[in-house]
Design a protein around this ligand. Structure first.
Ligand code: FAD
Length: 495
């Protein structure tokens, strides 16, 4: 049969859609991510209606109540130079931006079979943390596990991030975890049978101020003591790695050639499939709405599809973790903060490393498809579960980006989006037991680096939960540390 194109921008065919459905991606958002339809120049304007029709006909998501994709700015591809000409401060403080539409369909397609009534371990959140933990538990023979995910896989920060994986960190613990995660990333395709597009082009950190330069020096020394081959470079030395760089604004650079970038989505699909093949149930479009606690112990999690009794409940709901914890009367100190990101049209491969300017939180890399993918935090953005896309971000990012690579003014931005960082008071996660609620485990607070920490942390957590060794991270990153006034500060944070 000939190839029948359904999305001309991204060259997606009916055969690709059929493949998505065969792998269980039967709702529009999942099929979009699996095939790439709707992620190109027209952002789904020409193909969504036809594809929704096709999916319904083939037993996928009904079209009833289906809204068009969020019209994410820019409406048409627009040059970085145009956005850089705008004064971000004149645009005012960060507002809600273009709000994402309600991403949950009116008639969701859920996994086949009845909703389970009990399990040993229930995990709230089907992001990288929850899915990696479920897989690692199943690998250790703990198969009576159910993952509850309110949306589709990739709905949270794990489906919206920049895919950076680095060993350049400011504490021995984070260096150790990142090193192990990178090892797992390297073996992921072989173990789970899916390509994660790992590219070890390094991370090039740039410092524009003496204070940040000192931070680079301190952490590079620590990293070298822990066998990370980080080199400090003069600005001219940095230009040898990125010849397009304008070195003038910078004082110092740090480069580790082993750091990497991955494509995040296949990680979630790989972990979910690996877990499901070992007996775990991954219940998408299923929201936890209550937690039953009896005599100081978790008994069940209540969902919008029914009650699930469990011995252990893990809160892996990322930026929503405080909300989930509050269902059990537990207060977490995490705060959600919007983090915006964008993608450009593709260029021939020219950029080896992920480049980050620590002073203002700018970072960007070139994907395997040639696009520039980059983001930047906004210190003026207030806390909140906000994920609208703003013009202010486009202006701020474009200015900072062109200060670094001035030759790319004509390159066009295709799309922007946002997710939430899950921020704790000391930029370190919250892991392990919850004081006063036995059987309720926390696995959240990974700020802007949870993707790269998840493989290693999930492995350690599963091993401990399955009766193995208790790693020091479960004593270091406790929830109780905040009440004890014992913070575990990490200041090597981007954004
Ligand atoms: C724009 C951006 C760029 C980033 N870049 C990087 C990077 O380069 N490298 C890196 O390592 N990290 C990066 N991060 C951070 C990283 O994405 C997160 O730390 C990580 O994905 C967190 O994973 P998680 O599983 O804890 O949370 P999530 O992926 O957010 O998953 C939580 C899930 O819980 C679900 N949920 C919420 N409430 C409920 C409920 N009541 N019932 C059931 N399910 C519920 C949500 O739908 C969601 O899918 C970035 C983040 C953003 C936003």
């Amino acid at each position: 049969m000939g190839k029948r194109i359904v999305c001309a921008c991204e060259d997606v065919s009916e055969q690709d859609l059929a493949e998505a459905v065969r792998h269980g991606f039967r709702d529009v958002e999942s099929a979009k991510r699996y095939t790439g339809f709707g992620t190109g120049f027209c952002q789904g304007k020409s193909c969504l209606a036809g594809i929704a029709h096709w999916l319904e006909r083939e037993g996928g998501q009904p079209r009833e109540g289906l809204a068009p994709f969020t019209p994410r700015p820019p409406v048409a591809p627009t040059a970085f130079a145009s956005f850089a000409a705008l004064d971000p401060e004149a645009l005012g403080p960060p507002g809600p931006g273009v709000p994402p539409r309600e991403e949950l369909p009116a008639a969701p397609v859920r996994p086949d079979g009845p909703f389970p009534e009990r399990c040993r371990v229930a995990i709230v959140g089907g992001g990288i943390m929850g899915l990696a933990l479920a897989y690692e538990l199943a690998k250790r023979g703990q198969r009576d596990v159910v993952v509850l995910e309110a949306g589709y896989l990739c709905a949270g920060a794990s489906g919206r991030n920049g895919g950076g994986v680095r060993m350049q960190w400011g504490t021995p613990t984070n260096i150790r975890l990142a090193r192990r995660s990178l090892e797992i990333c390297r073996g992921f395709a072989a173990e789970l049978g899916i390509n994660v597009w790992l590219r070890q082009g390094g991370y090039l950190f740039l410092a524009a101020s003496p204070e940040v330069a000192r931070r680079l020096e301190r952490s590079a020394e620590l990293q070298r003591r822990h066998d990370v081959p980080t080199r400090l470079l003069t600005p001219d030395g940095a230009r040898e790695i990125v010849p397009e760089l304008d070195a003038a604004p910078f004082l110092l650079a740090a480069f580790n050639p082993k750091d990497a970038v991955v494509f995040p989505w296949p990680f979630l699909w790989g972990y979910a499939k690996g877990a499901a093949e070992r007996g775990v149930r991954v219940e998408t479009f299923t929201r936890a709405v209550g937690i039953e606690v009896e005599r100081g112990r978790v008994r069940a999690v209540v969902t919008d599809r029914g009650r699930l009794a469990c011995d252990v409940l893990v809160n892996a709901a990322g930026a929503w973790s405080p909300k989930v914890a509050s269902l059990a009367g537990v207060r977490l100190p995490n705060e959600p903060h919007r983090h915006e990101i964008l993608v450009s049209e593709p260029l021939k491969p020219f950029l080896g490393p992920l480049v980050s300017v620590l002073d203002d939180g700018l970072y960007f890399s070139q994907s395997m498809r040639g696009e520039i993918v980059g983001g930047m935090g906004d210190p003026k953005d207030p806390a909140g579960l906000e994920s609208g896309a703003t013009l202010r971000f486009l202006a701020r990012f474009s200015r900072a980006f062109l200060r670094t690579l001035p030759g790319l003014g004509a390159l066009q931005v295709i799309r922007q989006w946002a997710g939430c960082y899950d921020v704790t008071p000391d930029n370190s996660p919250i892991l392990g037991e919850t004081p006063g609620v036995a059987g309720f485990l926390q696995m959240s607070g990974f700020v802007g680096h949870g993707f790269m920490m998840a493989p290693a942390v999930a492995e350690l957590m599963a091993s401990w939960m399955a009766g193995g060794e208790r790693d020091e991270i479960f004593d270091r990153f406790t929830l109780s540390r905040f009440a004890e006034g014992r913070l575990e500060r990490e200041d090597f944070i981007i954004g």
